[in-house]
Design a protein around this ligand. Structure first.
Ligand code: MTE
Ligand code: MO
Length: 445
C-alpha cells in the first residue's frame, strides 16, 4: 500500500526549474477536471527529494519539550513522542478531505510583466495550483493524543490552544520535512535538534487543533486521490493545511514541534512574506510583515491559455442579447462582436468559498457572471465532506470586439474581491499575486 511511485509525467507538466524539480500544470489542462490527477499536479520543491526506502523505519516525531516546559508535564510523560506510520494509521481515523493547494508564487510571471518590475523567484504562470482529495489522519487528533500522553490532561482543545492563556505569544505547530536533513538526523534513534535544517513551516495551533474558532481541518496525509503519495508530493507522509498557501503543507514530514511563536525557519522568516511594494533588493525589512498563511481570493482564465489570444475568424457572431450569459453591450454594439468561450478556476482561503466570478470582454467596463461547473461534482464533495476548501471551476462566454481586453474577477463569501491595481500588488518575492486576470484579444489575422 505504501510503495513509492517515482514517476514524473514530464509531457504533462511545464518544467520551470529542473533541479530542484519545479513544474506547473499546463493552464489549459487545469479546468478540465474538478480533481486534478496526480500526473498533472504541480510540483514545488526547494531541495532534493528525499527517498524513504523502508517505510517500516519511518518515524514521525512529535516534540513537546517546549510545551511541557511551560504547561507542565506529568511525571514520566513522553516529551518526544514517536509514531510509526502503521501506528498512525491504526490508531487514528482515516479521513478524506478535498482541498486546493496553491503555491504563493502562482501568477508570479504575470505580476512581473504587468508591473514591469523584476521579482525574485521561480517564474510561474497560473498553473501552480491543483485540487486533490487528500487521505490521512486528522492532525488535531494526533496532537491531542500526544499532548494527553505528555501532560496527562489534554482533553479541552481550547485550553490546549492557549485560548485562555494570558501570555502574548501564541502557540504554533512547526512542521519539518526530511529534505536537507542529514542522513544521521533521520535515524529513528536520534532525537531531533531544534535547529535541524529541514524545510520548515508553522501554523497557529488554534487554527488546526479544533475548538472555538477552529477553521482548518489539517491532515497528516499518506494519500493523494486515493493513491499513496508519490515521492514528489511527500511520500510517505506530508501535512495538508487546507486554506493556506502550499508552503505550509510540509512534505516528507518527519517532525512536528509545538512552540511559542512562529518557526524561525528560513521559509517562514525570510521567504513567503508579501513585503510592501516599496521594499526592493536594497532595503528589505523581513520583520515588517508576518508570514503568509491563508490564501487570498483568486481566479484565472485557463482556456484560452495565453495572455494574448488571436481570434481565428471562426467564432460565432454575437449579434443579439438572446444568450443568458453575455448579452452584447454598448461597448461592443455596432462593432463586429463574437462570442469568446472561457474556462478557468477560482478559489479563496481559510475555508471561504468563492461565490461569484465576473467576466468582462471590454477591459472591465461591463461585466457578466460566469457559470460554475461544480454541479457534476456534488457527489465528490458530499463524500469528501467539504467544498469549502476546494476551487470552483467555471465557464463563460463573453462578447468581444477585438482588439480588446478580457478580465475576470472572483468574489468570496466574505466579499473579498480581487484588486485591479498591479502597482501596489508588486512585491519583491512576487507572492500572493491575485490582481484581476487580464487577457488581450487580437482580431483574426
Ligand atoms: N515541503 C518540503 N519538505 N519541502 C518543500 O520544498 N515546498 C512547499 C510545500 N511543502 C516544500 C514542502 C511549497 S512552497 C508548496 S507550494 C507545496 O509543498 C507544493 O506541494 P506539491 O509539490 O505536492 O504540489
Ligand atoms: Mo509554494
Amino acid at each position: 500500500r505504501h510503495e513509492p511511485v517515482d514517476e514524473r509525467h514530464l509531457k504533462h507538466l511545464l518544467v520551470q526549474a529542473p533541479a530542484p524539480f519545479n513544474a506547473e500544470t499546463r493552464a489549459e489542462q487545469l479546468p478540465q477536471q474538478h480533481i486534478t490527477p496526480v500526473a498533472l499536479f504541480y510540483v514545488r520543491n526547494h531541495g532534493p527529494v528525499p527517498l524513504c526506502p523502508d517505510v517500516s523505519q519511518y518515524r514521525l516525531v512529535v516534540d513537546m519539550r517546549q510545551w511541557a516546559g511551560v504547561q507542565g508535564a506529568k511525571a514520566g510523560g513522553d516529551l518526544i513522542r514517536q509514531f510509526r506510520l502503521d501506528e498512525l494509521l491504526r490508531r487514528f481515523r482515516f479521513v478524506q478531505l478535498e482541498a486546493t493547494l496553491q503555491c504563493a508564487g502562482n501568477r508570479r510571471t504575470e505580476l512581473e510583466e504587468r508591473a514591469r518590475r523584476v521579482v525574485r523567484g521561480v517564474g510561474w504562470q497560473q498553473g501552480v495550483i491543483g485540487n486533490a482529495v487528500w487521505g490521512g489522519v486528522p492532525l488535531a487528533e494526533v496532537l491531542l493524543a500526544a499532548l494527553g500522553e505528555c501532560t496527562g490532561s489534554a482533553t479541552d482543545p481550547r485550553a490546549l490552544a492557549g485560548a485562555d492563556d494570558a501570555s502574548e505569544s501564541e502557540w504554533f505547530v512547526e512542521f519539518e520535512g526530511a529534505d536537507w536533513v542529514p542522513e544521521e538526523a533521520r535515524q529513528p534513534s536520534t532525537h531531533p535538534a531544534i535547529s535541524s535544517p529541514g524545510y520548515r513551516a508553522s501554523v497557529p495551533l488554534r487554527q488546526v487543533l479544533g475548538g472555538a474558532g477552529q477553521t482548518l481541518p489539517a491532515l497528516l496525509a499518506t494519500e493523494m486521490n486515493g493513491q499513496p503519495l508519490t515521492r514528489d508530493h511527500g511520500y510517505p507522509l506530508r501535512c495538508v493545511v487546507p486554506g493556506m498557501y502550499g508552503a505550509r503543507s510540509v512534505k516528507w514530514l518527519w517532525r512536528i514541534a509545538l512552540r511559542r511563536g512562529h518557526s524561525d525557519g528560513f521559509f517562514v522568516q525570510r521567504d513567503y512574506k508579501m513585503l510592501p511594494s516599496w521594499m526592493d533588493g536594497e532595503q528589505v525589512d523581513w520583520n515588517a510583515v508576518p508570514p503568509l498563511m491563508e490564501t487570498n481570493v483568486q481566479c484565472a482564465i485557463c482556456v484560452p491559455a495565453g495572455r494574448e489570444v488571436r481570434l481565428s475568424g471562426q467564432e460565432a457572431p454575437a449579434l443579439n442579447g438572446g444568450e443568458p450569459h453575455g448579452a452584447p453591450n454598448e461597448s461592443t454594439a455596432g462593432r463586429h462582436a463574437v462570442w469568446l468561450p472561457l474556462r478557468g478556476y477560482a478559489c479563496s482561503g481559510g475555508g471561504r468559498r468563492v461565490v461569484l466570478v465576473k467576466v468582462s470582454g471590454d477591459g472591465g467596463r461591463t461585466w457578466q457572471a460566469a457559470r460554475f461547473l461544480d454541479a457534476a461534482n456534488e457527489e465528490v464533495s458530499r463524500k469528501t465532506r467539504t467544498g469549502a476548501f476546494s476551487w470552483r471551476l467555471w465557464v463563460a462566454q463573453v462578447p468581444v470586439a477585438a482588439p480588446c481586453q478580457v478580465v475576470c474577477r472572483a468574489v468570496d463569501e466574505a466579499a473579498n474581491a480581487q484588486p485591479d491595481d498591479v502597482v501596489p500588488a508588486w512585491n519583491l518575492r512576487g507572492v500572493a499575486h491575485n490582481t484581476t486576470y487580464r487577457m488581450q484579444v487580437l482580431p483574426p489575422p
